[in-house]
Ligand binder design. Structure first.
Ligand code: NAD
Length: 252
């Protein structure tokens, strides 16, 4: 455990997978971690308990980040802690069953874009309001979790999801330039094939194993592999890095 910091790091969608691993690593670095969750209160509370058992500090807050009112309430509950928010990880994301575009409904496409794009933009907006020098903040850093899908386009699986991650890449670059003079660094991480439950949501729980032969490093990634890249970009060691997107893909 590093020295304790009197600063809050918010990780969206942190009740499982990459978000949970990132929350734990940030707590190890001394941040007070806000573990945002959508529906899984029990697992979010378990993440908090795991952090506390290691001597860290964390609290769980429910919010559907695709809803503006929920995002405002999430940041409002962080404000009440009386500590500055200096780190944001826009991790929450969804995808639906693998399919071709011709079979996708407008409802599905809108849900993906609302959660992955609108939700991340809203959280970034609220974080910028709190971190910016011109708003009285002390600066900070954010990482947007994109996907290797933004480069491949995910044909025959979920091009709606891939398009949402392309938007994440674009807004990472744009926002990094917009808020650099405000003391805020904005970077992205593109995970590749990582062992999490998101693949079951896509209808293929064993997708990582099927595609492992295509990965140059010859293994699927772990949530901890991705969390390490996120935490590096959030750390002071990355103080001269902004507008960059790291591929955590095992070489794909
Ligand atoms: P996951 O499904 O375990 O985690 C996603 C989390 O986001 C879940 O906890 C979910 O509840 C939360 N979430 C979804 N919609 C939300 C909403 N509206 N409000 C609040 N929380 C919401 O999957 P994961 O693999 O850990 O995914 C984390 C991020 O990594 C996602 O952005 C995903 O697109 C990205 N990613 C994952 C992989 C992979 O192979 N696992 C690859 C590339 C990118």
């Amino acid at each position: 455990m590093n020295k304790k910091l009197a600063e809050i790091a918010l990780v969206t969608g942190a009740s499982r997978g990459i978000g949970a691993a990132t929350a734990k690593q940030l707590a190890e670095q001394g941040f007070v971690v806000c573990v945002n969750f959508h529906k899984k209160k029990d697992t979010a509370e378990q993440v908090v308990a795991d952090i506390e058992a290691q001597g860290g500090r964390a609290f769980a807050v429910q919010a559907d980040i695709s809803k503006e009112d929920d995002v405002l309430a999430l940041f409002g509950s962080i404000d009440k802690r009386g500590l500055p928010l200096t780190r944001l990880v826009n991790n929450a994301g969804i995808l639906f069953t693998q399919s071709k575009l011709v079979d996708m409904s407008a409802d599905r496409i809108n849900k993906v874009l609302m959660a992955n794009v609108t939700g991340s933009l809203l959280c970034a907006r609220e974080a910028v309001k709190r971190m910016s020098f011109s708003c009285g903040g002390k600066g900070g850093a954010m990482v947007n979790v994109s996907s290797g899908a933004s480069r491949t386009g995910s044909p025959n699986e979920y091009i709606d999801y891939a398009a949402s991650k392309g938007a994440i890449d674009s807004f990472t670059i744009g926002l990094s330039k917009e808020v650099a003079s405000e003391g805020i660094r904005v970077n992205g991480v593109r995970p590749g094939l990582i062992y999490t439950d998101i693949h079951a949501d896509g209808g293929e729980p064993d997708r990582v194993a099927r595609l492992t032969p295509r990965i140059p490093l010859q293994r699927g990634g772990t949530p901890e592999d991705v969390a390490a890249a996120i935490c590096f970009l959030l750390s002071d060691e990355a103080s001269y890095i902004t507008g960059s997107i790291i591929d955590a893909t095992g070489g794909i």
